[in-house]
Design a protein around this ligand. Structure first.
Ligand SMILES: [Zn+2]
Length: 330
């Protein structure tokens, strides 16, 4: 115990206390025991003990002394705490700071609807279609090879540990490619649009749309099975999280709408029929003959639902409205 600095130890107990409080308030599952090598991290909560020397890219942390680091961005404001974490054989430091910022007003005034899918990562109501990033597919072969090599090793032997590190490193790389893709997209959307309307999807709905229904089986169901599905769900929640905080930074808003019928409503005449979606990518209204790309069509419907939510104003508040630039006058 004496080897570890005292504040991170106390912080760990505080985190445990919060985990139990969340559990008893039914906000979270029962806290799990932490295993070595699994989300290894600790936090220095005492700003007085931390010295950040950004000019020389070094930081002083208690008991560790002066450490050099590679800068990803400038830390603005007063340091509040520092979290050190290990991931994929590398150490990362995340600095929380405090500073006063002006109330942001979003430079754009447009609003966009986003339909998230499986065949395409997303479609925008502007007609733009964003292809999925197949990070896993690209690395599938190598990943399988590394995993095979690991399975042939004696468990917990030196060579097994080395093989495991290789597998984990590749997993980290795949995750990084995904995250990079998400961040680029959420940043672009947040920069260009003051309002972003998304579907308020549940995990289960998302999975179902991948496999389709009995009458209308989804395509590529095999590819969506198992691990891929859980990753898709995670990706979706991560994307929403990014959009929400980025819009909060810029003074924009994110509106989540009920996804019901968004993919089977005709934007021209309002007719609702699931037969209107003839194929995965094609929408042709059975009532009026209006045609469009199915995902773009869904995105336009999501946008329309977002407009309705913002106009009605009660019972369906936007998720984040630090300063709602799009709010309708009462
Ligand atoms: Zn129609």
């Amino acid at each position: 115990m004496a080897d570890a600095p005292v504040h991170p130890l106390q912080q760990t107990l505080k985190d445990l206390e919060r985990a139990y409080a969340n559990f008893f308030a039914k906000r979270a599952a029962f806290p799990r025991f932490k295993k070595k090598g699994r989300s290894d991290r600790f936090r220095y909560p005492e700003p007085k003990q931390i010295k950040l020397d950004q000019g020389n890219s070094r930081v002083f942390l208690p008991k560790l002394g002066w450490l050099r680091y590679r800068n990803s961005r400038e830390a603005l404001g007063a340091v509040r705490n520092v979290t050190v974490s290990a991931n994929g054989g590398k150490w990362f430091m995340s600095i929380q700071t405090e500073r006063a910022v002006q109330d942001p007003a979003h430079p754009a005034s447009s609003i966009v609807g986003v339909d998230m899918g499986v065949a395409n990562f997303a479609a925008l109501s502007t007609g733009e279609i964003i292809a999925p990033v197949d990070a896993r597919k690209r690395h599938a072969q190598r990943l399988a090879r590394y995993q095979r090599a690991m399975s042939r090793k004696q468990k917990f032997s030196r060579n097994w540990i080395k093989a495991k590190a290789r597998v984990q490193k590749l997993h980290t790389r795949i995750g990084n490619i995904r995250r990079d893709h998400l961040h680029k997209l959420s940043t672009t959307l947040s920069q260009n649009h003051a309002g972003i309307v998304i579907e308020d999807l549940q995990v289960r709905n998302m999975s179902r749309s991948a496999s389709g229904t009995v009458e209308q089986p989804g395509r590529n169901t095999r590819a969506k099975a198992g691990l891929n599905r859980s990753i898709l769900d995670q990706e979706w929640f991560e994307f929403r999280r990014q959009l929400e905080y980025k819009q909060a930074w810029r003074g924009g808003i994110v509106v989540a709408v009920n996804p019901r019928n968004t993919s089977r409503t005709c934007p021209a005449c309002g007719h609702v029929a699931k037969e209107s979606r003839t194929t995965q990518s094609r929408f042709e209204c059975v009532a009026c003959g209006h045609t469009a790309h199915a995902d773009v069509n869904a995105a336009s419907n999501i946008l329309a639902a977002g407009h309705a939510v913002m106009a009605c104003g009660r019972g369906c508040q936007p998720l984040h409205a630090p300063r709602c630039v799009l709010e309708q006058p009462r």
